[in-house]
Design a protein around this ligand. Structure first.
Ligand SMILES: Nc1ncnc2c1ncn2[C@@H]1O[C@H](COP(=O)(O)OP(=O)(O)O)[C@@H](O)[C@H]1O
Ligand SMILES: [Mg+2]
Length: 327
C-alpha cells in the first residue's frame, strides 16, 4: 500500500472537517475522493501533502509518516492544488525548470526530462511560450506534468478539471490516464463530478461531512444501489396516487419528488408496461420517460438522501445572495 491512512482527523475551531477516516491506496491506482463541497476533500489532501497537521491520527506515504517525516513525504509526492500556481510571465519550460530547482534538481536534469513530459500533454510546441498566453486547459496540462519533474511516486490532484468545459475535461482525463500508465505514478484525486470519478478512477471513496460512506470500484458501487436499470418518469397529474399504485404493484420506487418518479427495474420492459397501464388507469399522462444505467449520483443519494449537485448548485448560491440583499 503506497498510502495508508489511519484515523485521520482535522478540526478547525472545534468543527470537524475530517472525521477520523481510515483507508489505503495501492501503488499504481487512480483513487478518487468523491463528495460535495465542504465534504473534507481538500482538508484531507492538505494533511496528506503535509501542508497542515492533523488534529489526530496519521498516514504513511511510501512508508513515511506524514507527521513524523514530512520532508521524506514531500520528496515523494506532487500536488496540483485547486488554484493554478504557474508563473504567467515565465514560459512553460521556465516553469518546469523553476519547479525542478525547488526540488534540488540541476537545470540539465530538468531539461533532460522536459521533452518527454511536455509530449505526454501535447505541449511540446508551446514549450517557449509564456504561460499567460495559455488557455485554462493548457495550464492544467502543464501543471499535471510540472508535478512529475521531481519523479514523485504519488501525485495529488485537487479537483483537476473544475471550471473546464466538458471536452477539455475529457482530454485531461486522458492525460491523467496516460501519466498513470506510462510513468507508473499513483494518482489520488478529489472531485465533485460523479462522471469524473466514474470514468477515471479504479476505486472511488465516497465522502460526506468528513466521513467515508463507501469505497469500491465504480461498477461495484453502482451495483449496490440495486441491480438493473433506472426508469425515470415525469407525470402531468395525480402524482401521489401514482407512486402509491406503483408501490402496491410491487415496483421499487427509488425516489419521488413531486411529479418526478424514479423506479429501479430489473427488467425495464416489464416496468414500462406497468407504468403506462397505471397512468391510463389513473387518467393521467406521462410527459417524459427514460431508462438509464445507475450512476454514482444514485449511489450518493442512496447513502445520504441528497444529491451531490444539490450542495454546490449555483442556484443555492444565488438564492443565498438574494436573501442577503433583501436584509
Ligand atoms: N482553514 C479552515 N478554517 C476553518 N474551517 C475550514 C478551513 N478549511 C476548511 N474548513 C472547513 O472544513 C470543511 C471541509 O472543507 P474542505 O476540506 O475544503 O472541503 P471540500 O474540499 O470537500 O470542499 C468545510 O466545512 C470548511 O468550511
Ligand atoms: Mg476542496
Amino acid at each position: 500500500m503506497i498510502i495508508e491512512v489511519e484515523k485521520l482527523r482535522k478540526e478547525f475551531n472545534g468543527i470537524v472537517a475530517v472525521d477520523s477516516i481510515s483507508f489505503s491506496v495501492e501503488r499504481g491506482e487512480i483513487f478518487g475522493f468523491l463528495g460535495p463541497n465542504g465534504a473534507g476533500k481538500t482538508t484531507t489532501i492538505n494533511m496528506l501533502t503535509t501542508l497542515i497537521r492533523p488534529t489526530s491520527g496519521t498516514a504513511r506515504i511510501a512508508g513515511y509518516d506524514i507527521v513524523q517525516q514530512p520532508e521524506q513525504v514531500r520528496r515523494r509526492i506532487g500536488l496540483v492544488p485547486q488554484e493554478v500556481v504557474l508563473e504567467g510571465d515565465l514560459t512553460a519550460r521556465e516553469n518546469l525548470v523553476f519547479h525542478g530547482m525547488l526540488y534540488g534538481l540541476s537545470r540539465q536534469q530538468v531539461e533532460s526530462r522536459i521533452p518527454e513530459l511536455l509530449a505526454i500533454v501535447e505541449l511540446e510546441e508551446r514549450a517557449d511560450s509564456k504561460v499567460k498566453t495559455f488557455s485554462g486547459g493548457m495550464k492544467r496540462r502543464l501543471e499535471l506534468v510540472k508535478v512529475l519533474i521531481h519523479e514523485p511516486e504519488v501525485i495529488f490532484l485537487d479537483e483537476p478539471t473544475v471550471g473546464l468545459d466538458p471536452q477539455t475535461r475529457r482530454r485531461i482525463w486522458e492525460y491523467i490516464r496516460t501519466l498513470n500508465t506510462e510513468k507508473g505514478v499513483t494518482v489520488f484525486l478529489t472531485t465533485h463530478y460523479m462522471e469524473e470519478a466514474e470514468q477515471l478512477c479504479d476505486r472511488v471513496c465516497i465522502i460526506d461531512h468528513g466521513r467515508i460512506l463507501d469505497i469500491d470500484p465504480p461498477e461495484r458501487l453502482k451495483h449496490k444501489v440495486g441491480e438493473g436499470e433506472i426508469v425515470e418518469i415525469e407525470l402531468t397529474a395525480r402524482c401521489e396516487e401514482f407512486v402509491k399504485e406503483l408501490e402496491e404493484a410491487g415496483l421499487r420506487v427509488k425516489s419521488a419528488r413531486g411529479c418526478r418518479v424514479s423506479v429501479v427495474a430489473e427488467r425495464s420492459e416489464k416496468v414500462l408496461a406497468e407504468v403506462f397501464s397505471l397512468a391510463q388507469k389513473l387518467g393521467t399522462s406521462i410527459s417524459s420517460i427514460s431508462v438509464r444505467e445507475p450512476t454514482l449520483e444514485d449511489v450518493f443519494i442512496h447513502y445520504t438522501g441528497r444529491s451531490i449537485r444539490d450542495e454546490q448548485g449555483g442556484d443555492t448560491r444565488i438564492k443565498q445572495i438574494a436573501r442577503r440583499l433583501k436584509h
